[in-house]
Design a protein. Structure first.
Length: 202
């Protein structure tokens, strides 16, 4: 089957997204300028404004793409015959796989999802809420299937799982540990912690 080429406009938009990821992961969102993104993308600043209103708009698009990818992961997990504890553990494994496969995006996600004092971009907030809602849904389902205790606060526990998952990633981004080692150890460690404090196990 012949591959259908993407329209030039889509190619340029993707080129700008990748360039922004490269610059923002090194410089941080606030220090990054559209001039730097344009230079990295090999285009003029005017070309960027043909696709994005401003730097915030580019960041929104980065998280929009990530949101769509996460939704694909949720659909993949939904198709598997796993119980809730196994599904959550598998999500953690995939989450770290994604960080390792594109560490630059992972660093931007980590930096921007912890920028509360400066105000969160709406797409960043949507991305955070999407994952939080996934954990709430999983825990709710777990209560029904008997794999999660029924006396827990769903919102608090969902936020705690997500917080633990992201907080441990700090060790990788600050070079206290390697992301590869975290991928090997973190999902199992968090799974064991949850089994001892949240899940009903045999």
């Amino acid at each position: 089957m012949r591959n259908i080429a993407r329209p030039k406009s889509e190619e340029m938009k993707e080129k700008i997204r990748i360039a922004a990821i490269n610059v923002m992961s090194e410089r941080g969102f606030h220090l990054t300028t559209t001039d730097e993104i344009a230079k990295e993308a090999g285009c003029s600043v005017g070309s960027i404004y043909n696709y994005f209103r401003n730097k915030d708009d580019i960041l929104s698009y980065i998280f929009q793409v990530e949101r769509e990818s996460i939704e694909d992961i949720f659909r993949e997990l939904e198709s598997q015959t796993l119980n809730v504890p196994e599904t959550i553990k598998r999500f953690m494994e995939i989450y770290y796989d994604r960080i390792i496969s594109n560490e630059k995006v992972g660093k931007i996600i980590f930096d921007e999802s912890n920028r509360f004092t400066q105000g969160l971009n709406s797409e960043v907030l949507d991305w955070l809420m999407l994952i939080n809602e996934f954990f709430v849904e999983m825990l709710t389902r777990g209560i029904k299937e008997g794999s999660v205790r029924s006396n827990i606060d769903l919102d608090i526990y969902a936020a705690a799982i997500m917080g633990a998952l992201n907080s441990v990633a700090i060790r990788g981004f600050t070079k206290l540990d390697t992301l590869e080692n975290l991928r090997t150890t973190v999902p199992d460690a968090l799974y064991q912690m949850l089994c001892q404090g949240v899940f009903v196990t045999d």
